[in-house]
Design a protein around this ligand. Structure first.
Ligand code: ZN
Length: 382
């Protein structure tokens, strides 16, 4: 067996985190490991467990500005283990890649936050402001007892965050090419169209819900909801599921069920979208019932001090200029941004997240550490 070459303290910590199996909402001891390192640096740490979810809030320093690293220790299930090249919970480095569930989403990000803080505090023990950590084990799950609850506690105490760096894997092709400065909102609908079942040869005695919905659906699918704006792509509408029919070829169905989702920009409101959808259904005289689910409001951090510092750190380390975008799915940033914080997401490449053989470039882990450390320095150096 070839001994593995020496790795940096960031990669070593990432490996230790990956080896602690933490399928959402289980934390698996990851937070204890982070907390041990933070306490050694002089952080005051508070465990905030809600229901089955472990969270912690840690602070070091005094007053503002408050710079907070945010992230999650939970991971999605491995999927079929025999399709993995190696055990998903035994980190392996091969050809410069670190493999394991959570390697990209987001245990290397967590490791880089800890070691960046260690190095920064070693150099600036009397840094200005406060360094904080807001860590949850419920980002990949329902996201009810995680960051959302911790933010409620902080708001009750009138604690504030000025700058929040979420270590989610934001990069697309190369490390640091993308910083997320916001996210679109997500609104889902569960639609039932009511018709009258009947013999296909006697349509006058039935009411076909498929035919009733089709023209309305065509209009919804073709609709230009808005053109987006400087920071957001246009709002989109997609049907995810649709079903009707008994399976028999000679029966007009009595009911149609569909699910759809709108990803929306700051040009729209939830109420406005609901009104537009229902207006179209009603104009086409569809008989329906409709349940709505809001999974997140859009948020945006207009480019400012935090994104400028992170962009500069990336420019210095990697000689590239990151694009600032709001694409992709939702994240816990949606809970932190309403506190008035500047929120960005900056982490490793997201190409393999949630997949079999999730991996990250070992060299990127150390570069991410350097970017985080430099960002801290630009904002909090004494
Ligand atoms: Zn994640």
């Amino acid at each position: 067996m070839v001994p593995s070459p020496a790795v940096s303290s960031t990669v070593e910590l990432a490996q230790q985190l990956i080896a602690r199996q933490s399928v959402s909402p289980v934390d698996g001891g990851c937070q204890a490991l982070m907390i041990e390192r933070l306490i050694a640096l002089g952080f005051a740490v508070e465990n905030l467990r809600f229901g089955p979810v472990d969270n912690f809030w840690a602070k070091r320093g005094k007053g503002g500005p408050v710079f907070c690293f945010a992230g999650h220790t939970d991971v999605v299930p491995s999927g079929p283990v025999d399709e993995w090249r190696s055990d998903p919970f035994k980190p392996v480095i091969e050809d410069g890649l670190l493999y394991g569930r959570g390697a990209a989403d987001m245990k290397t990000g967590l490791a880089a936050m800890v070691t960046a803080s260690e190095e920064f505090i070693g150099q600036y023990p009397d840094h200005r402001g406060t360094i904080a950590f807001l860590i949850t084990s419920d980002e990949e799950g329902p996201s009810v007892d995680g960051t959302k609850r911790v933010v409620e506690v902080l708001r009750e105490r009138k604690e504030s965050i000025d700058y929040c760096l979420v270590g989610e894997p934001s990069s697309e092709h190369t490390l640091g090419d993308t910083i997320k400065i916001g996210r679109r909102g997500s609104l889902s609908g569960r639609l039932t169209v009511h018709g009258i079942q009947g013999h296909i040869a006697y349509p006058q005695l039935a009411d076909n819900p498929v035919h009733a919905l089709a023209p309305a659906l065509a209009e919804l699918a073709a609709r230009a909801w808005d053109r987006g704006n400087q920071h957001f792509q246009p709002t989109t509408f997609q049907v995810s599921n649709i079903s009707a029919g008994t399976g028999a070829p000679n029966v007009i169905p009595g009911e149609l069920r569909a699910r759809f989702n709108l990803r929306f920009s700051t040009e729209q409101t939830v109420e406005g979208l609901q009104r537009q959808v229902e207006e179209i259904l009603q104009r086409h005289q569809v008989k329906y019932s409709l349940e709505w689910f809001i999974s997140g409001y859009p948020f945006l951090t207009t480019p400012g001090t935090l994104s400028a510092a992170a962009s500069r750190a990336i420019g210095e380390q990697l000689q590239i200029t990151p694009q600032l975008t709001t694409g992709g799915g939702t994240s816990d940033g949606r809970f932190i941004a309403p506190m008035g914080a500047q929120v960005i997401e900056l982490g490793v490449i997201n190409a393999t997240i949630h997949k079999v053989n999730e991996c990250v470039r070992v060299a990127d882990v150390d570069r991410l550490h350097a970017i985080y450390r430099r960002t801290l320095e630009l904002l909090l150096a004494s």
